[in-house]
Design a protein around this ligand. Structure first.
Ligand code: FES
Length: 67
């Protein structure tokens, strides 16, 4: 599904870079070699970043519990 209409960037594209973008919407765009325009997509992108971070934390906790 397209999240950013200005740049035709999908949720899958943002999911790929969300973890590496250090929680920053601006860095997500940079990682995709794009620039934000209108900003209407920011809430959706922030949700993707937050979910990616939550998944990362859960995976780290699971690793520690198994180790
Ligand atoms: S919809 Fe993403 S910058 Fe406009």
């Amino acid at each position: 599904m397209i999240i950013c209409n200005c740049n035709a960037i999908s949720d899958k594209d943002f999911k790929k870079v969300a973890h590496y973008a250090d929680g920053s919407i601006k860095k997500c765009f940079s990682a995709l070699d794009k620039r934000p325009n209108c900003g209407r997509c920011f809430t959706g992108i922030q949700n993707i970043i937050d979910l990616a971070h939550a998944d990362y934390i859960a995976a780290e906790k699971l690793k520690k519990s198994v180790a």
